[in-house]
Design a protein around this ligand. Structure first.
Ligand code: AMP
Ligand code: GLY
Length: 419
């Protein structure tokens, strides 16, 4: 297989790393890639995943036989449709199905059509109607911009003025949804599908807040764990029956079935699991903790998605726990500096994974080039040992004003100790 991975984050580094370990690989390219992927494959820094023509050209030039798309934006722009037209096998949904992520209105209608438990919601296109609804509703509400917004399209408040201000700004150029505010705890569930059958992967949890104890502003994700110790077998079964199975039935019945990853963002409430959102790709940082636990050859697995043979694929998954900690640039998630030189100590344990995000090589030295710069992942049979391992490694990566959360995974083993 000659594989092209699209993207430049730590998720794509983790995907490319799994491909690099596959016996099936005879060429590995990452567009545009980062300083980490540069060590395991050939980066194509001038190829933007959003430039469809450039992607097709490079597929022809490098004789690519398999494309794996990391982020959502190229999927929404129709990269899979373009690759399919050229007969280039690719993992990801067609544009129509990518609307499950790129349109909150479309995905909410899909959930309602197929009876999938989710927050009650109303659509608005007009400010006066929206205002009347908000003014006459008490308590917290969640407002969601319909289109992709890189994590900035969801706003929760019980303050009418704030809600109206956010809603007005969204309605200038998009539709919005107003949802009931759900309480509970969140998990991310991933299923891979070949268009007919699917395999559910171990459940993950993402730590979205910047501050310790889940406080402070939202981020793209400051850490993740896999699996989630407090998810019981009966909860897993309920998620499968009430959410995953009807989703795949809906995809088949609506002609939207695709080959790729379906991401279920769930809130576990006292009334059972509710689906907050679909994404049509792996999560970041969830992929960084999930992929190290997959023991099967990743080239074979990805090829099985394309060939439609997942129903007989003997997926092997480690029973280890993985804890991933994100190292971010000072100021993130607000304004932050880029191009800071990075030092990675040789003392870092060699069984810890270090996934880069947007880093670049300048004069032979790694430099940061984004807000979230690395995900460090430790694995062990025991989640507490995985936690200790990752936190021993994190200080070995340093750059000016770098920071990270010190409590990733901790709330889960406190819960464990209480049981
Ligand atoms: P979404 O992009 O729809 O997943 O929303 C982003 C985040 O906003 C979620 O991960 C939740 O933390 C929060 N959120 C979204 N919808 C709701 C809701 N109906 N009730 C409470 N929190 C929500
Ligand atoms: N971890 C959240 C996301 O990838 O959207």
């Amino acid at each position: 297989m000659r594989v092209l991975v699209l993207g430049s984050g730590a998720r794509e580094h983790a995907v490319a790393w799994k491909f690099s370990l596959s016996k099936r690989i005879s060429g590995l390219y990452i567009a545009p890639g980062n300083a980490g992927t540069d060590e395991i494959g050939e980066n194509l820094p001038d190829v933007s995943p959003l430039d469809t023509e450039a992607v097709l050209r490079v597929c022809r030039d490098k004789h690519i036989s398999h494309v794996f798309v990391g982020p959502e934006q190229p999927l929404d722009a129709g990269i899979i449709d373009a690759l399919t037209e050229e007969d280039i096998p690719a993992v990801g949904p067609h544009r129509q199905a990518a609307r499950l992520e790129s349109s909150k209105v479309f995905s909410k209608r899909f959930m309602n059509t197929y009876g999938i438990p989710t927050a009650d919601a109303r659509e608005f296109v007009n400010f006066q109607d929206f205002k009347q609804y908000v003014v006459n509703t008490s308590g917290s509400l969640v407002i969601k911009k319909n289109g992709l917004a890189a994590g900035k399209g969801v706003f929760e408040s019980d303050d009418t003025e704030e809600l109206l201000r956010f809603g007005r700004s969204v309605l200038k150029d998009d539709t919005l949804l107003v949802e009931e505010f759900l309480q509970g705890w969140e998990i991310s569930v991933f299923a891979i599908t070949d268009g007919n059958s699917y395999i559910v992967l171990p459940h993950c949890a993402d730590f979205k807040k910047a501050g310790e104890d889940d406080t402070g502003p939202n981020t793209g994700g400051m850490g993740a764990i896999c699996p989630v110790p407090i998810v019981t077998t009966s909860l897993k079964q309920e998620i499968r029956t009430c959410i995953i199975e009807p989703t795949f039935r809906g995809l088949r019945e609506s002609g939207l079935s695709y080959k790729g990853v379906v991401y279920f963002g769930l809130m576990i409430t006292e009334n059972g699991p509710k689906l907050l959102e679909y994404n049509v790709r792996f999560g970041d940082p969830e992929a960084q903790v999930l992929l190290p636990l997959i023991q099967s050859d990743f080239g074979n697995l990805s090829d099985s998605i394309i060939r439609g043979t997942l129903d007989t694929f003997p997926l092997r998954v480690s029973d280890n726990s993985a804890v991933g900690v994100v190292i971010a640039s000072g100021g993130y998630p607000d304004k932050y500096n880029k191009m800071l030189p990075v030092t990675i100590s040789e003392k870092i344990a060699n069984d810890v994974c270090v996934f880069h995000a947007s880093t670049v090589l300048k004069n032979g030295r790694i430099h940061t080039n984004g807000g979230r710069c690395f995900t460090v992942v430790g694995t062990n049979k025991d989640i507490i040992k995985a936690y200790t391992k990752v936190y021993n490694a994190v200080p070995e990566i340093s750059f000016r004003q770098s920071w990270y959360r010190k409590d990733i995974a901790k709330k889960f083993f406190y819960d464990l100790q209480e049981v």
